[in-house]
Design a protein around this ligand. Structure first.
Ligand code: 5GP
Ligand code: ZN
Length: 115
């Protein structure tokens, strides 16, 4: 856990959130400012600042997050026809919280390319 990291605090329960999934290594909660009818943030409990700082040793946890995204999506009928998973990285990528996270979005049709 990194002191003063919002998502570390959320995964520790120090900052309240609407939890949708938790296991030993992964935590998922509803986004406070949803961009779709379903908008869930999935994080590793381990503090990693972003996709630009991952290491080979993070291979397993990053794989687990994709499996968790798929499992969560299965639970929502709104995502039966599909969903989107996004990781914003760095300032150009639109990242605002520097604890790596994956947005799981569903319940509407998404355009491409993204803005
Ligand atoms: P980013 O912009 O870094 O890709 O995504 C950060 C996300 O975290 C944003 O969608 C934002 O709404 C969400 N967020 C920021 N602060 C909080 C918070 O305190 N609680 C929750 N549940 N989500 C947050
Ligand atoms: Zn953190």
């Amino acid at each position: 856990m990194l002191k003063d990291c919002l998502f570390c605090k959320i995964s520790e329960g120090e900052v309240p959130s609407y939890k949708v999934y938790e296991d030993e290594k992964v935590f998922a909660f509803k986004d406070i400012n949803p961009q779709a009818p379903i908008h869930i943030i999935i994080i590793p409990k381990k503090h990693i600042s972003g996709l630009n700082t991952v290491r080979q040793e993070d291979e397993r946890i990053l794989g687990c997050i994709q499996i968790v995204a798929s499992k969560i999506a299965e639970q929502f009928h709104e995502m039966k026809r599909g969903f989107r998973v996004i990781a914003n990285c760095g300032s150009d990528g639109g990242q605002t919280v520097f604890h790596i996270h994956y947005h799981l979005l569903g319940g509407r049709v998404f355009g491409w390319p993204p803005g």
